[in-house]
Design a protein around this ligand. Sequence first.
Ligand code: HEM
Length: 152
Amino acid sequence: MFIESPSIQLRLYNEIKSVVGDKKIDETYVNKMPYLNAFVKELLRKHPPSYILLTHSITEPVKLAGFDIPAGTHVEIYLPGIIEDPKIWSNPNRFDPDRFLAGGETADITVVTGVKMIPFGVGRRICPRLGMALLHVSLMIARMVQEFEWRL
Ligand code: HEM
């Protein structure tokens, strides 16, 4: 997304430059970069690596969104139902890291305080390596932007 948007790429680059200088970015800097963190969050909101989470099997009859689901049913969670819902997000189809900055929208990716954004799933089977994944995605993006200027 930063390749399509030079202004986003420039903000990422400027933040890296101001925090890291000429050193190579490593994991110790990632928490000091609010724009990078907002960018990665928006990336996982708008373009989660998988649009359908892992299948879950219903162990006892349950009502979901008004539907009676019998035990034994396999349930697929389709993320665009949440990602594209204007009741949940303002301008949901717009890629906009700023939505997470300056008191704007919030989303708890660990899903402790609410289910709004679930690229890593939710509940007991939530991705156990969520922290490691966030760090690696952040570092990959930051290194790409630090080393090169990307164009379409
Ligand atoms: C951006 C990267 C990643 C994303 C988006 C992601 C997403 C997910 C999702 C959606 C699930 C299913 C949760 C559910 O059942 O509802 C999951 C499960 C899992 N993930 Fe990840 N994951 C990522 C990276 C990783 C990494 C780096 C590791 C390990 C080093 C990992 C290990 C696992 C394991 C072991 C499970 C199964 C957990 C269980 O069923 O109890 N994931 N992940």
